[in-house]
Ligand binder design. Structure first.
Ligand code: SAM
Length: 271
C-alpha cells in the first residue's frame, strides 16, 4: 500500500502541467547528444571547434539586447546592464557561451542543456566570474523537462543554433513558446534549408573551411524561416524581425545580410 502511494505520488508529480502547456515527448536526438558530448571539453576554446559560435556573439548579443529593450520599451537606468530584472531561458545552452553574456547584461538566465558534461563545463566557467553566480542557473535536461517542472514564464526564450539539432521541431518549439510570458520574446538563430546552405553551411563549413567539426549538421534538419514562422503562429507568436546572417571564414566574422538563404536570426513576440 505504501509503495502504491509512493508510485501514485510520483506519477501525479510527473504529470503536473501548467495551464495550457503541451503534453511532452523527447525532442533529443541520440546522435546529436553523442556528438555534443564528444565536444564538451572544447566549449571555451575561442579558436577551437566552437569558434564560429564565439564569433556569432558579436551580432547575436546586440540582436537579443536591442530586441528586448525596444520591444518592452525599456529605458534602462543602468546602460551597462540594460536587461536588469528580466528573466531569460537559454535553451540548448551548451557551455554557456551565450548564457553568460546575457547575464552580464543584467538578466537572470536559466540555461537548459541535455548534455551533462556541457552543463558542468558551463558551471565551472561561470564560477570564474562570481558576480554572475546569482544570475545564472544551469540545468541538465531537455526543454520539455523544464516545461514540466517550471511554473514560471519568462520574459524571453533564446534557442540559438539549436533547432537544427532537435527531433520533432513542432514539439520543441511548442515547449519553448509555452515558457514565454504574453508580450515576451523568442529569439532563434538557425540555418535555412536551401541548396546554398547545403553547399556552404554543410559541405563548405565542414569539409573545406573546417569551421565546424564534420558531422555537426544534418541538412535534412535545417529549417526554412517560413516553416518556423508557421509553427510560431500556431503558438500565438508574430515575427518582429527576420535577418539573414553570413559567416566570413577569412575574417572570422559574422555580418547581417538581407538574404536569409543560409543562416538567419528571428525575433518573435507572444501575442
Ligand atoms: C550548436 S550548439 C549551440 C549551443 C549554444 N546555444 C550556443 O549557441 O553557444 C547546440 C546545443 O543544443 C543542444 N541540444 C541538442 N538537442 C537539444 C534539445 N532537444 N533540446 C535542447 N538542447 C539541445 C546540444 O547539446 C548543444 O549544446
Amino acid at each position: 500500500m505504501r509503495l502504491y502511494r509512493q508510485l501514485n505520488r510520483a506519477f501525479l508529480s510527473n504529470r503536473r502541467t501548467y495551464g495550457q502547456r503541451p503534453v511532452v515527448s523527447s525532442t533529443m536526438d541520440a546522435d546529436e547528444i553523442k556528438h555534443f558530448r564528444s565536444l564538451a571539453n572544447t566549449w571555451w576554446d575561442e579558436t577551437g571547434e566552437f569558434e564560429a559560435l564565439h564569433a556569432m556573439n558579436k551580432i547575436r548579443i546586440p540582436f537579443i539586447r536591442d530586441g528586448l529593450v525596444q520591444q518592452l520599451e525599456m529605458s534602462p537606468r543602468n546602460p551597462a546592464e540594460p536587461l536588469q530584472g528580466l528573466s531569460v531561458v537559454d535553451v540548448g545552452s551548451g557551455g554557456g557561451l551565450l548564457t553568460e553574456p546575457i547575464a552580464r547584461l543584467g538578466a537572470f538566465v536559466v540555461g537548459i542543456e541535455p548534455v551533462e558534461e556541457s552543463t558542468k563545463i558551463a558551471q565551472l566557467h561561470l564560477e570564474e566570474d562570481p558576480r554572475l553566480l546569482p544570475r545564472v542557473k544551469y540545468i541538465t535536461g531537455s526543454v520539455e523537462d523544464l516545461v514540466s517542472t517550471e511554473a514560471e514564464t519568462f520574459d524571453a526564450v533564446v534557442a540559438s543554433e539549436v533547432v537544427e539539432h532537435v527531433n520533432d521541431l513542432e514539439a520543441f518549439m511548442a515547449s519553448c513558446c509555452s515558457l514565454v510570458k504574453p508580450g515576451g520574446s523568442l529569439f532563434v538563430t538557425t540555418m535555412n534549408k536551401t541548396l546554398l546552405s547545403r553547399t556552404l553551411a554543410v559541405f563548405g563549413a565542414e569539409k573545406v573551411f573546417r569551421i565546424v567539426p564534420e558531422g555537426t549538421h544534418d541538412w535534412q534538419k535545417f529549417v526554412p524561416p517560413s516553416d518556423l514562422q508557421s509553427i510560431l503562429e500556431k503558438n500565438h507568436f508574430h515575427t518582429r524581425l527576420l535577418h539573414g546572417m553570413l559567416y566570413m571564414p577569412v575574417l572570422r566574422e559574422w555580418r547581417w545580410v538581407p538574404d536569409t538563404s543560409i543562416n538567419y536570426a528571428l525575433h518573435a513576440v507572444k501575442d
